[in-house]
Design a protein around this ligand. Structure first.
Ligand code: 5AD
Ligand code: SF4
Length: 450
């Protein structure tokens, strides 16, 4: 029996797919090269924006067509945030294409449920775990989904380790508290065991994951907050680099800034979602910080860590966002000088405060105009930064061979810039010093220092 997993969305989903792969392999399934030769196809979905959700329905249509053309009938599993949000409705709405819907808290039950679904076919019916099977997500320390189970790491160099699941912040636009549940902290002991396991399996970089990583407080050690956790991870032999996503500006304390500055393995990069440059919109979004507080934080980070690189997430066209508000987003983007931004058109999400109380009143044409303007500004900010980096030398962790040429490698600097340079495939997973020679809008080219 073979499985195939397709993943959409954030690193948390990428990591959940690694867990599902590990669990399926432990139960005797082998990985398939494509959905065409799989007996189980898992689609791990994202619902943070509408477009990601539309992709699911497109994919389900393709899978059905593939089955018709090739006389195959794989078990179709929908997992992830759309699964959590829509539940058994998906089975009906997909007109029988979907066999099994598995929520975000039930990853560990996948092999058992898949077995059950395979033996009960047809008809599939709803295997959405009932209320009692639904893990008590409000009770963090008895949550049976911890520890998280076996993992089949998909990346030879980078490993993901979840430190917090869920979120209690309820930003007005965000569906995550509804799809991933309340915030639950994993124990320090479990996290460190995962990091050691990742190091033992040859992974050089660890990425700590959580919706608000810097809200971390170990349930098993009152003295272990997020900076203390970074210190503990720093001590794990075999790990060269530590990254984390995403910190919240509000919890970015002086201690955390000092930890990023002082711990040599912690990358000098902070992904600090700002969402908007207008304090008025930030208040509507319930982000609990102002433009001024954010800019002040950026100034303190830069003063402490001069070579730090920043990136962010920005939403355009949030309900009530005026031209003047959007101009403030542009001016903040320029003032900060991000090395990268992820920008999104606001998309109304079910259950959220904005969906309930704030009409989606910016037209799609206007959202489009704003995102184009923002991205074009960012391209020039980024080009300037990359141009200025020409001639500088950076330690790069080689994370892949280029898709274009076998002799070309790609890697990232500590600041998270993607660098392409010539080198042998054996360097995968190694740290090498690279001098930047040429810059494009999204990445740079260099050569190793001999
Ligand atoms: N519409 C558009 N973008 C959103 N994001 C989250 N929810 C929405 C939404 N409803 C963006 C935010 C977040 C990133 C992961 O996705 O910028 O930081
Ligand atoms: Fe969503 Fe806000 Fe929580 Fe981030 S902090 S996951 S944006 S609710």
């Amino acid at each position: 029996m073979k499985y195939f997993i397709e993943t959409y969305g954030c690193q948390m989903n990428v990591h959940d797919s690694e867990r599902m792969a590990g669990l399926l392999e432990q139960s005797g399934y082998d990985p398939a090269d494509s959905d065409r030769d799989a007996d189980i196809v898992v689609i791990n979905t994202c619902s943070v924006r509408e477009r990601a959700e539309d992709k699911l329905y497109t994919r389900l249509g393709e899978i059905k067509e593939m089955g018709r053309d090739h006389g195959r009938d794989p078990l179709v599993v929908v997992a992830g945030c759309v699964a959590q949000q829509e539940g058994p409705k998906l089975i009906k709405r997909s007109k029988g294409i979907v066999d099994l819907v598995i929520g975000t808290q039930q990853v560990k039950m996948l092999p058992m449920l898949a077995q059950q679904a395979l033996s009960e076919r047809p008809p599939a019916g709803s295997l959405w775990p009932k209320a009692d099977g639904r893990i008590a997500i409000d009770n963090p320390y008895e949550d049976p989904s911890f520890p998280l189970g076996v993992v089949r790491r998909g990346d030879p160099v980078r490993s993901y380790v979840t430190i917090i699941e869920g979120c209690n912040d309820f930003c007005a636009f965000c569906v995550v508290p509804y799809t991933r549940g309340h915030e639950r902290m994993r124990s320090r002991a479990e996290i460190l065991a995962d990091v050691r396991e990742a190091a033992d399996s040859g992974r050089r970089e660890v990425q700590l994951l959580g919706q608000i990583v810097n809200h971390y407080q170990a349930p098993d050690d009152p003295s272990c907050d997020f900076p203390a956790l970074l210190e503990a991870v720093q001590e794990v032999p075999g790990i060269d680099r530590i990254r984390f996503a995403s910190p919240h500006p509000r919890h970015t304390s002086a201690r955390l800034i000092a930890a990023v500055r002082d711990l040599p393995k912690v990358c000098k990069h902070l992904h600090l979602p700002v969402q908007s440059g207008s304090s008025r919109v930030l208040a509507l979004m319930r982000r609990r910080h102002t433009r001024e507080e954010y800019l002040d934080l950026v100034a303190r980070i830069r003063a402490a860590i001069p070579n730090v690189q920043l990136s962010t997430d920005i939403i355009v066209g949030f309900p009530g966002e005026t031209d003047a508000d959007f101009d403030e987003t542009l001016s903040l983007t320029e003032a900060v000088g991000y090395h990268g931004i992820y920008s999104f058109k606001y998309s109304e999400r079910p259950n959220t405060l904005a969906a309930k109380r704030m009409p989606d009143d910016v037209t799609d044409a206007e959202k489009k105009r704003r995102i184009v303007a923002l991205q074009s500004l960012q391209r020039s900010v980024q080009s300037n930064l990359f141009q200025r980096s020409i001639g500088t030398t950076h330690e790069v962790l080689v994370d892949a061979t280029s898709r274009r040429h076998e002799w070309e490698l790609t890697g990232r600097t500590s600041g998270n810039t993607v660098v392409n340079f010539p080198g042998p495939p054996e360097w995968l997973g190694k740290l090498v010093d690279v001098t930047i020679r040429r810059a494009g809008p999204n990445s740079v080219w260099g050569e190793t220092v001999m």
